[in-house]
Design a protein around this ligand. Structure first.
Ligand code: HEC
Length: 255
């Protein structure tokens, strides 16, 4: 028995090894797949601001329309911009990954399963923490993905965000103290220094909707599964009662 347990534990090892640690995420959000209005707004944001570079290869416009209660005409008129795409198509992009790799150095990844890879806290934090950094090729950096090759496409909405540094007595990794004051520079606060078209709270809500939509895209059948779950449980319960009564009936003759 001990040996079998040992083999079982050993077999589970690869799963623990696969869960690579993620960088610390400053913001967190809980997806709400029942909030269809949020998901609809998120999809609208996605096609307007992200689909120029990121495809959703495993998601069809028609599936999203059905799941999020959007009529076909509305989707065709407002959400399908590329002339080569139709309602039943997957959400492809026109850009070839070879081309984009030339422009950005890294090809923008397909985002269908990204939420399952990194989680919604990661996406939410990534989109909220772009900040101006003249030292980077595109003039922006990101707190979650250092030296990210993605341009800050939401800057017109959020405004310009900058890193605010302050002096601290706590040692900061990779830094030697200032020779005069003996203090360290701590840079971990972001501040909007030039407003965009949205207020900060409004922007956070828009990014929430966008992240919520990406959470839905990662598991589109979750909505249906959740609706089905109570019915399955009720069925198992009723079947259990019947099976128990049947068992009692059979065993009555045996005893
Ligand atoms: C102009 C092209 C472009 C647009 C538009 C764009 N991205 Fe990106 N995105 C990139 C590139 C390039 C990368 C790869 C960054 C890297 O690995 O350094 C990337 C990476 C990402 C990643 C992965 C980060 C990681 O940790 O690997 C996410 C998530 C992401 N983008 C989300 C979005 C969302 C959401 C939008 C819409 C608001 C968007 N992107 C719009 C080019 C773009």
């Amino acid at each position: 028995m001990k040996k079998q347990l040992f083999v079982l534990l050993f077999a589970l090892l690869p799963f623990t090894a696969m869960a690579a640690p993620l960088p610390e995420q400053p913001f967190s959000m809980t997806p709400d797949l029942h909030d269809k209005e949020s998901l609809q707004r998120g999809m609208q944001m996605y096609v307007n601001y992200c689909m120029g570079c990121h495809s959703l290869e495993h998601q069809r416009f028609s599936r999203a329309a059905a799941d999020l209660d959007m009529p076909q005409e509305l989707v065709e008129e407002n959400l399908i911009f590329s002339s080569g795409l139709a309602f039943n198509d997957q959400m492809h992009i026109a850009m070839q990954s070879g081309e984009s790799e030339g422009w950005f150095g890294v090809a923008p990844p397909d985002l269908t399963l990204f939420n399952r890879l990194r989680g919604s806290d990661y996406i939410y934090s990534y989109l909220l923490t772009f900040y101006r950094d003249p030292g980077q090729p595109l003039g922006v950096n990101n707190m979650v993905l250092e030296a990210s090759a993605m341009p800050n496409v939401l800057e017109p909405l959020q405004g310009v965000q900058e890193m605010v540094c302050s002096e601290t007595d706590q040692p900061v990794r990779g830094q030697s103290p200032d020779p005069l004051s003996g203090k360290y520079q701590s840079c971990d606060v972001l501040q909007v220094t030039q407003p965009g078209s949205m207020e900060p709270a409004e922007f956070e809500e828009a990014v929430y909707d966008l992240t919520n939509f990406l959470a839905y895209v990662g598991e589109p059948s979750k909505l249906k599964a959740q609706a089905l779950a109570p019915k399955v449980l009720i069925f198992i319960f009723i079947f259990g009662v019947i099976a128990y009564l049947l068992k009692r009936e059979y065993w009555r003759d045996v005893h």
